[in-house]
Design a binder for this molecule. Structure first.
Ligand code: PEP
Ligand code: MG
Length: 840
């Protein structure tokens, strides 16, 4: 098995083997760009290394040494870099200037004649190598450097430190240095932050990293040298204009670390116009070749440009949409590819909008930094990543971020750093996560000890609220109100393409005419779930339903029921009108009755008075209604079986509202949905009762209307007997919230308390109420769908649990051939996009 490739032997198609960096370098060599020469040790070799008990085999050693001969340059100075098939920026290690020893330093000095440059490069190599390969703390080297003026004097001191810390002599032989470096890069695949990054990004732990060994070019060679990072388009806004920064007389790490503040790329045009022109040409070539926005690292050595690396650039949600559209319109990619380019979860963030203009005007501006990743965030200031907690609104404020801050960044609402440019670590990671981020706000002074910061003449303590804007870089004191949904033309365009492409119908879970309006604006195709009980939580209606629940059996209860649904009919009419002919799936009462019962003494007194009974009698009635386990108690269609009048009257209200709307000229398509079915006979009984009531209505009004009557499938038994249930249902709507709860025996409301521990201990990954557990709950869904469809060829199948808005689950429902998915109005745009992507 070939384990080492020369650049000229590879290409992008070999990325799984050569890693992203290696594959792209090989590809760039192929298209004739100025790439320093090198070799790539494959991911296969990395996997073999771990299988081999973390040892480089004799075979691999020989192959590396043999291929190194193809790098002709003498003396041989190389960088040794990690490069996984999927980009994991900053998570693994890199060692620069490998190859130095005393003789090499003298040799280099003979041609470069700059002692400071040569010996600082040499010293830098020793400290980097020692830190990464042997784990010697960098600060020990820094301390020596502080006390030593002449870089040449550092060399013996650094080597002595190495020897003291490791008990070994510093390796002088270049080949040995390279092999040790390769060894440690392999190991960095399994460092803590790389493992966490993979977990957060669902990257396979078994993939392994490739290692790129490449000739060094020196950005710190002289004042006509430098290093930079440039994006082929603006990664925050998407504008077609290069965006980036560079540092004169510096090496790559200086930019990424954000320690020195770099110059904007436009300045390079003044400083080195020829190099700038060549850079532009290279950027254009790379973008056209890779058909995506590129994030390019370059180095200039003595006015000669070298491209070191390119990859598809991470971008803010807004930029992702704009770039996809522009590239389609420029003829670089197709509509389908453009749709695939936008991550559906980022659409939600786009819809997060901006601060309210009025609130911004009134807010206290504390300071301004670099707008590094768009969006806005409001949260409590936290200076330590470890103290950022899940589900707490936090703004992580750091001097500069490092990969150790990853968990904090993932949990925080927004990131604010004192140092660093727009391509520093914090900025890149935040943008990738679609998180608001401000960098380089030098006006902040952090006092770690007292846990406070000083900015804009004020002291802000840890825990106090601030608001930050990733659009303007502005930082405000306190909470600034956020404006809802900014739904711009670019987003509408990409969604309209997704809409044309998708197969699944995307409906909304909407309970009010206002929800319907919003959902329709977002592109929803009707209602997949209207939870009618939600209508009763509005003030005036809660008493009406209490009257129904607590009223005396018989005439009194029936009267209360008629009154209740008379009230609800108005809501239904509002919904039908706003739907304008789209389907309305309306679910009959579902929740456990206790949710509606009066709890406060004052409410109980009113209720007793309304019913004309003593408070004591009311308490008895309430106690009788109490379920020990309400989620599995007297709810859903069980209420309908106990009180058929309830479901009959509600069914009548729906159809009456539909008839009235139709009379006013609005087309209507009602669907009546029975919740919580566990048995076909249960549904058959209710179907008969409701149908009889509706037939009476048709008789009274001397007109008819088409409607469907079906059920939710949310109890495991219903999935297993779906064939029987399908015989009496026009449609199935999977209620995956309850189905997950009951299949996994996990409470919808309480499982957050312990699932974190499950995740920490590696027992469980993900959040089953967010993304469907395809392994088991999914199996029930699949089985139920198949049985249902076999028994009833006309059965419509959809989903209305929370999973209906989750892109990963949507892909699963597409695979099951569902007719529709349904989610909250706000999630409809991302669901449309996910539906299109799942179909492609
Ligand atoms: C479900 O259980 O998935 C569902 C949609 O119903 P609810 O959330 O109202 O129980
Ligand atoms: Mg349910």
């Amino acid at each position: 098995m070939k384990q080492v490739y020369e650049f000229r032997e590879g290409g992008k198609d070999l990325i799984p083997l050569l890693g992203g960096k290696g594959g792209n370098l090989a590809e760039m060599t192929k298209i004739g760009l100025a790439i320093p020469n090198g070799i790539i040790v494959t991911t296969d070799a990395c996997r073999e290394y771990f299988r081999n008990g973390k040892k480089i085999s004799e075979e691999l050693r020989n192959e590396i040494l043999e291929k190194l001969e193809t790098i002709q340059k003498k003396p041989l100075l190389v960088s040794v870099r990690s490069g996984a098939p999927i980009s994991m920026p900053g998570m693994m290690d890199t060692i620069l200037n490998v190859g130095f020893n005393d003789a090499v330093a003298e040799e280099v000095l003979a041609s470069i004649k700059d002692e400071t440059f040569v010996y600082s490069s040499y010293a830098r190599f020793i400290s980097m190598f020692s830190e990464i390969v042997q784990g010697v703390e960098k600060k020990k080297f820094d301390k020596i450097a502080e006390e030593t003026k002449n870089p040449k004097d550092l060399i013996p001191l650094y080597k002595a430190l190495y020897e003291k810390e490791t008990g070994e002599k510093f390796p002088e032989e270049v080949k040995e240095q390279i092999l040790m470096a390769v060894n440690s890069i392999f190991n960095s695949w399994n460092n803590e932050r790389a493992i966490l990054y993979r977990k957060l990004n669902n990257i396979d732990d078994n993939m392994g990293t490739a290692v790129v060994v490449q000739e060094m070019v020196f950005g710190n060679f002289n004042n006509k040298s430098g290093t930079g990072v440039v994006f082929s388009r603006n990664p925050s806004t998407g504008e077609k204009q290069i965006f980036g920064e560079y540092l004169i007389c510096a090496q790559g790490e200086d930019i990424v670390a954000g320690i020195r503040t770099p110059e904007p790329i436009a300045k390079l045009q003044e400083e080195m116009p020829k190099v700038y022109e060549e850079l532009l040409e290279n950027i254009h070539k790379l973008e056209q070749h890779n058909k995506d926005m590129q994030d390019i690292e370059f180095t200039i050595q003595d006015e000669k440009l070298y491209i070191l690396q390119t990859r598809n650039g991470k971008r803010a949600p807004k930029a992702a949409v704009k770039i996809a559209i522009d590239m389609q319109e420029e003829g670089i990619i197709s509509k389908e590819e453009a749709v695939l380019r936008v991550d559906p979860s980022l659409v939600n963030q786009l819809l997060n909008g901006d601060f309210e203009e009025k609130a911004v005007k009134e807010a206290t501006l504390l300071g301004k930094g670099l707008a590094a990743s768009s969006g806005v965030a409001v949260g409590r200031v936290m200076f330590d990543s470890k103290r950022v907690k899940i589900r707490e609104k936090t703004i992580l404020v750091r001097e500069e971020t490092s990969p150790e801050d990853l968990k904090g960044i993932a949990l925080a609402q927004g990131i604010l750093t004192v140092k660093g440019g727009a391509t520093s670590h914090g900025a890149v990671v935040a943008r990738g996560m679609g998180k608001c981020c401000i960098t380089g706000c030098g006006a902040i002074k952090i006092n770690e000890i007292d846990r406070e910061m000083y900015i804009g003449g004020r002291t802000v303590k840890e825990g106090e609220f601030i608001s930050i804007s990733g659009y303007t870089g502005e930082i405000y004191l306190g909470k600034v109100a956020i404006k809802e949904a900014s739904y711009d033309d670019d987003l509408k365009k990409i969604l309209s393409w997704a809409y044309e492409i998708k197969r699944l119908q995307v409906r909304m879970n909407a309970d009010t005419p206002e929800d319907v309006k919003m959902g329709k604006d977002f592109g929803a195709e009707g209602i997949g779930l209207c939870r009618t009980e939600h209508m009763f939580f509005q003030k005036d209606k809660i008493w009406a339903i209490r009257q129904v629940i607590l009223g005396e059996e018989g005439e009194e209860k029936n009267k209360a029921i008629e009154k209740l649904f008379e009230l609800q009919k108005e809501d239904f009419m509002g919904i039908f009108k706003n739907l304008n002919g789209d389907v309305a799936n309306i679910r009959l009462l579902d929740p456990p009755v206790h949710e509606f019962l009066p709890k406060e003494k004052a409410d109980k007194i009113i209720m007793a008075k309304n019913l004309g009974i003593h408070l004591y009698d009311l308490e008895i009635r309430i106690r009788k209604l109490k379920d020990e386990n309400p989620m599995l108690g007297h709810r859903g269609c069980r209420l309908g079986v106990s009180y058929p009048r309830l479901y009959k009257a509600q069914g009548r209200a729906i159809i009456e509202a539909a008839l009235d709307c139709r009379k006013e000229g609005h087309p209507v398509h009602p669907e009546i949905m029975i919740p919580f079915t566990m048995e076909a006979k249960e549904l058959a009984y209710l179907r008969k009762e409701i149908t009889e009531e509706i037939e009476c209505l048709f008789e009274e009004r001397q007109e008819r209307l088409d409607y469907k009557l079906g059920t939710m499938i949310e109890i495991p038994r219903a999935c297993l007997l779906a064939n029987e249930i399908a015989e009496v249902a026009d449609f199935f709507s999977f209620g995956t919230n309850d189905l997950t709860q009951m299949s996994m025996g996990l409470s919808r409301d309480d499982s957050v308390k312990f699932l974190d521990q499950y995740r920490e201990k590696g027992i469980w990954e993900g959040e089953p109420f967010y993304s469907i557990d395809q392994k088991a709950v999914g199996k029930l869904v699949e089985y139920g769908t198949r049985l249902g469809r076999e028994a009833n060829k006309n059965l419509t199948v959809g989903i209305c649990g929370e999973h209906g808005g989750d892109p990963k689950s949507i892909e699963f429902f597409e695979r099951q051939g569902f007719d529709y998915i349904s989610c909250s109005p706000f999630r409809v745009p991302s669901a449309i996009l996910a539906a299109a992507q799942s179909y492609l």
